[in-house]
Design a protein around this ligand. Structure first.
Ligand SMILES: Cc1ncc(COP(=O)(O)O)c(C=O)c1O
Length: 336
C-alpha cells in the first residue's frame, strides 16, 4: 500500500491531537466548492443508467469526443495496464506513485524517465506515462511536445497516457480535444477541482474502441447513481466552474507568496498545491504537525507539498505556524 496525503486519522493518533483540531493541507484537493444539489431518491434506489445526461455534460466540460466515467481516475490507473500484453512502459518521474505500481503489478517493464531523456527512450517504449501538471513537482509540459511523443508511439501501436488530475484550472494545457486519436488516453479526476474527492469519480478520455474495452473490464454500474446525479449538475454549471477556477488560481498564488515570505520558496506547483524542495523537509513537517498542521512529506525528494487552506482562519494558522517554525529551522541549519 502506497503512502498518500489526507491520512488525518493516522496523524491525529500519532501526534495526539484530536481530529477536529487539524488544518489538513496534505492533499491537492480543492478545500471548497459547490453547495450540492439535492440527490433524487431514485438515484439512491435504482441502478444507475448511462443515458441520464452525465456523459453529454462531461463531453461538453472536457471538450472531448468520447469518454467513460469511472469510480475515480484511480480505477482507470489500475485497469489500463490490464488492457496490454507485456509492454515497456516509461514514466516521467518523480510522480504519483500509483502509476508505476499498477503497471508493475501486471508484469510490465517500467523505466523511470526525466523529461530530457524521453526523446532517447521513446523508440524502445510501448507506453509513455505523463502526469501533467505533475504531482508533486508541478512540472507542466506543453501540448505540442506531448503530441509529438504521441505521434511517435501511436505509429507503432503504442500509447501516450496523460494524467490530467490537476489541469482543470489551466485547461489550455489539456490534450482533451485530441483524446479520440488512437493511442492517446487522457485521465481526468473529478474530485480535485470540484472539491469532491469522496464522491469517487473520474473520466477516461480516449478513442471509443479503447473505452469499450475498459468499460467491459470495469463492469456495469462502476459509478454510483448519486455520484452521476451530482456530477451532471456541476459539470453543466459553467459560472460556478469559472468562480472556482478564479478562486483556486488566486489562492494558489497566495500560497506561493506566503511560502516565499516564510523562507520556503516553492520550486513548483499548480493552483491546488505548492511544492518546496528543502533540506529541512523532515523537521519542517514535524514542527508543523506538532502544531496540528498536516502537510505532505516526500522524504526521498527532500521536499514538501502544501495544499490550500479553506478559509481565512486556515491561512492565519498556516502563516503563524510557518513563522513559529522559521527560527527553529534556521537554528537547525546553523548546527548542521
Ligand atoms: C496525479 C493523480 N492522478 C490520479 C489520482 C487519483 O484521483 P481520483 O481517483 O480521486 O480521481 C490522484 C490522487 O491523488 C493523483 O494525484
Amino acid at each position: 500500500v502506497l503512502e498518500h496525503g489526507g491520512r488525518l486519522r493516522a496523524a491525529a493518533q500519532r501526534y495526539g491531537i484530536p481530529l477536529e483540531d487539524w488544518l489538513d493541507l496534505s492533499t491537492g484537493i480543492a478545500p471548497y466548492g459547490w453547495d450540492l444539489p439535492p440527490v433524487p431518491a431514485q438515484a439512491w434506489a435504482r441502478l444507475p443508467e448511462v443515458n441520464d445526461g452525465l456523459e453529454a455534460a462531461a463531453r461538453d466540460y472536457y471538450g472531448a469526443a468520447s469518454l467513460l466515467p469511472v469510480a475515480g481516475s484511480q480505477a482507470a490507473i489500475q485497469a489500463l495496464p490490464r488492457l496490454r500484453t507485456h509492454s515497456s512502459v516509461g514514466i516521467l518521474a518523480p510522480t504519483y506513485a500509483e502509476h508505476a505500481a499498477a503497471w508493475r503489478r501486471e508484469g510490465h517493464r517500467i523505466t523511470k524517465l526525466s523529461e530530457g531523456s524521453v526523446h532517447r527512450a521513446l523508440p524502445q517504449l510501448d507506453v509513455l506515462l505523463v502526469v501533467n501538471p505533475n504531482n508533486p513537482t508541478g512540472r507542466l509540459i506543453e501540448p505540442a511536445r506531448l503530441l509529438d511523443w504521441h505521434d511517435e508511439l501511436a505509429e507503432r501501436g503504442g500509447w501516450l497516457v496523460v494524467d490530467e488530475a490537476f489541469i482543470d484550472c489551466t485547461p489550455q494545457h489539456s490534450l482533451a480535444a485530441y483524446s479520440d486519436m488512437p493511442g492517446l488516453i487522457v485521465l481526468r479526476s473529478f474530485g480535485k477541482f470540484f472539491g469532491l474527492a469522496g464522491l469517487r469519480l473520474g473520466f477516461v478520455l480516449a478513442a471509443q474502441a479503447l473505452l469499450d474495452e475498459l468499460d467491459a473490464l470495469l463492469g456495469p454500474w462502476a459509478v454510483s447513481g448519486p455520484a452521476r446525479s451530482i456530477a451532471r449538475h456541476l459539470l453543466a454549471d459553467s459560472d460556478g466552474q469559472r468562480r472556482q477556477r478564479e478562486r483556486l488560481l488566486a489562492d494558489g498564488e497566495r500560497l506561493a507568496a506566503l511560502l516565499r515570505d516564510c523562507g520556503l520558496p516553492p520550486t513548483g506547483g499548480s493552483a491546488l498545491f505548492q511544492f518546496c524542495c528543502t533540506r529541512r523537509a523532515v523537521p519542517c513537517m514535524e514542527l508543523l504537525a506538532r502544531r496540528g498542521i498536516l502537510i505532505r512529506l516526500f522524504a526521498e525528494l527532500d521536499s514538501l507539498r502544501f495544499g490550500l487552506p479553506a478559509d481565512e482562519a486556515g491561512w492565519l494558522r498556516l502563516e503563524q505556524g510557518l513563522l513559529d517554525c522559521a527560527p527553529i529551522l534556521a537554528s537547525l541549519e546553523e548546527t548542521s
